[in-house]
Design a protein around this ligand. Structure first.
Ligand SMILES: Nc1ncnc2c1ncn2[C@@H]1O[C@H](COP(=O)(O)OP(=O)(O)OP(=O)(O)O)[C@@H](O)[C@H]1O
Ligand SMILES: [Mg+2]
Length: 436
């Protein structure tokens, strides 16, 4: 804007130019005043707008301050501290009736332990900021609760702390929930600890029970081994006694009857002596058979294959069961006598069972060496054996299993396709595992 003054007009005259008239001067002044008024109005309108903006932002701040659901405050630093500002949420949080009542309370008094205020003020002054610090606080009615405080130290231009601005959130529920969780965890850990200890105790007891059972089983094994070998010895003794004592006497008796037969004058007496002699002959024959069964002397004298041959022949003759015998050549010296008697007895019991239970008319017996094993197989074509019958309370199968164990071997009784039962006895011939 071009602004001309009286001095300018004067100067123009002095510079030899023509001076403006009075009328011109007045109109110039009026124009100048009008321009100044315009400027003033613009300035006033700008100020009013700025005031309105300030009022509006103050009102926004107030609304926010009053409605925000966390406690907002401003207080002064120091051991006791004094509240300068507090929003309705913080006043309600601490159970005060009004802002003025709250502002009258010193900051230290809203701590559960007022001493803590001193520490908090010192820490905030030193660091300039604390973030979500849990503090135990006290309401107006004395009730304690947990608050999380986040605060800033506000400084003046010289750097001195003017006040603390902060927010408080009531975290009592969260703290309780965490305490509850900690308690629950501790209880759980205790329960797990106790249960583990209990399990370890039970495990120890179980281990010692297992060890005891193993000891008992071993003892039982030793016992049954000695029973079986005693039984074999007794059978051998009995067989010898019967043969030597009773056999001798029966022979003497038969000789007596033979003599009587020759000397008897009457025909009847001679016939009677003859029938008595025949009877003694049959008794002697039966006694021999019993002695053989008690202790197959052929086993000791001629070995396992010969003993099996004699046994199977005897069964065939006595029972009419047709037997296929397949004895592969086995070097007898690798089958120790203690093993041989068990193989013999297993075959004997298998044949007894076939005769007693199977209704078979044929059976096959095979003895062979497979690698380091001696294998006995007995198969029949009878009606087969179901589990119920296998558990019928007899001792034959149990005895066979025990004998297999004593030789470190194993025995299996299985169905024999298409009919009957197959008994397989396997005994290691390894000199280390085969007992002698
Ligand atoms: N070859 C077989 N065929 C059919 N059933 C069999 C045969 N061998 C055994 N069994 C069945 O298994 C059962 C058990 O046999 P095990 O030899 O243990 O006892 P047992 O012969 O009945 O009596 P024990 O042998 O004590 O005189 C028999 O009662 C029988 O029912
Ligand atoms: Mg039997």
């Amino acid at each position: 804007m071009a602004a001309h003054t009286m001095d300018d007009a004067q100067n123009n005259q002095e510079n030899g130019k023509v001076s403006p008239s009075r009328g011109q001067e007045q109109s110039f002044m009026r124009e100048r005043i009008r321009q100044l008024e315009l400027l003033l109005r613009e300035e006033t309108a700008r100020r009013e707008r700025a005031d309105a903006a300030v009022r509006e932002s103050e009102s926004d701040f107030r609304t926010l301050f009053n409605n925000v659901p966390v406690g907002l405050y401003r207080n002064t630093p120091g051991d006791r501290g004094k509240f300068i500002m507090a929003n309705p949420a913080i006043i309600a949080m601490f159970g005060f009736e009004s802002e003025s009542e709250f502002l009258a309370t010193s900051v230290a008094d809203i701590y559960a332990n007022p001493e803590k205020r001193k520490q908090f003020s010192a820490k905030l002054s030193a660091t300039g900021r604390v973030i979500v610090e849990p503090l135990k606080l006290r309401k107006k009615n004395g009730e304690l609760f947990w608050g999380a405080v986040t605060a800033n130290a506000v400084r003046d231009e010289q750097g001195a702390i003017k006040f603390f601005d902060g927010i408080i959130e009531d975290i009592t529920d969260r703290v309780r929930a965490r305490e509850e969780l900690e308690r629950y965890k501790a209880n759980l850990e205790q329960a797990v600890f106790e249960r583990t200890a209990e399990l370890m105790r039970a495990n120890r007891e179980l281990q010692s029970e297992i060890a005891e059972r193993k000891r008992m089983q071993k003892r039982l094994g030793e016992l049954s081994e000695s029973i079986i070998s005693l039984q074999e010895q007794e059978r051998a003794n009995l067989s010898r006694e019967l043969h030597d004592e009773l056999g001798q006497q029966l022979t003497a008796l038969r000789l007596e009857f033979d003599a009587m037969k020759k000397q008897a004058p009457e025909l009847a007496a001679r016939g009677f002596a003859e029938s008595l002699s025949g009877m003694v002959e049959r008794i002697t024959e039966e006694l021999r058979r019993i002695c053989k069964g008690l202790r197959p002397s052929v086993l000791d004298d001629l070995g396992l294959c010969a003993a099996i041959g004699a046994l199977t022949r005897d069964v065939e003759n006595r029972t009419g069961l047709a037997l296929d015998i397949d004895l592969a050549p086995i070097s007898e010296h690798i089958v120790p006598p203690r093993v041989a008697i068990h193989v013999y007895r297993v075959l004997q019991e298998s044949l007894n069972n076939i005769v007693k239970h199977s209704h078979a008319d044929r059976a096959a017996v095979r003895l062979e060496q497979r690698g380091e094993k001696l294998v006995l197989t007995v198969e029949d074509n009878g009606r087969g054996m179901d589990a119920a019958r296998a558990e019928s309370g007899g001792f034959g199968i149990i005895g066979m299993a025990r004998r297999a164990e004593l030789c470190h071997g194993r025995i299996a009784l299985e169905p024999n396709a298409p009919h009957g039962v197959r008994v397989t006895l396997e005994i290691p011939l390894d000199p280390d595992s085969a007992p002698d």
